[in-house]
Design a protein around this ligand. Sequence first.
Ligand SMILES: [Zn+2]
Length: 278
Amino acid sequence: MSRPALVLCYHSTNVNGHDYAANDHVALRADLMAIAARGLRVVHALDAVREPLCNQPRVAITFDDGMILDAIDFEHPGFGHQDSFLRILREHHAATGQRCVAASFVIASPAARAELDRKDFLALNVWHDDWWSAAVASGYLTIENHSWDHNHPSLERSVQRDNQRGSFRFIDTEADALAEIAQASDYIEQRSGRRPSLFAYPWGEDNPYLVDQFLPEHAARLGIEGAFITSASRPHEFDRWRIPRPVCGTDWRSPEEFATLIERYLATGDPTPSLRRP
Ligand SMILES: [Zn+2]
């Protein structure tokens, strides 16, 4: 059966406890073992774009928002030591011989990250970008584009022309798209040493302007080859500007639900989750 890759999304900021359902670090470690136990091939998310359909099942790992916990171990004030996602990938490689290279989608703007860190994360300094180039050099992560400022509602001012925040659907003019996407790629290239080849819409929210106009016209020049939504809407056919990703903690919350997701993908080739929650 010819099928797309199953692209999974994790957030290193999801640390609300010590168990699988409340902690994406615990979930990632367990899920990688479940993937290895089934002998599934793990590819980089870029492979999901460059080879849209393939007879062999493939899984790709992605991280969103670009907290330092993607790559740096962290002493959490409430829940203690957290192994970084990068450590988990490295240890998984050592334990199983399976090397996974994940795509880390980061918010580019240093000012936006600093403001969000201050307002939403108790000023823990968990959103700097000093780790980007070392993460790329590690060979386990690539730094990819998750927009300039996420058009985040906690920011005083976003780049959106009318300061209309809280949704990426408001990014629907060329000037706004250049400010959110092109500017982000430029900064990430300068800081990480590698230009991003992938974009993930904040909140997984695409819109017709970006999908049908901006990306088809500008992406090649910007170096972007594919864009990822989450799983809220399911395209019927492969669309490189709307590649779905199931999200850990939303689309599956336990090893059993993860097994169901994998089984369904293996049986049907469908890379979107069947588990729907209200
Ligand atoms: Zn995000």
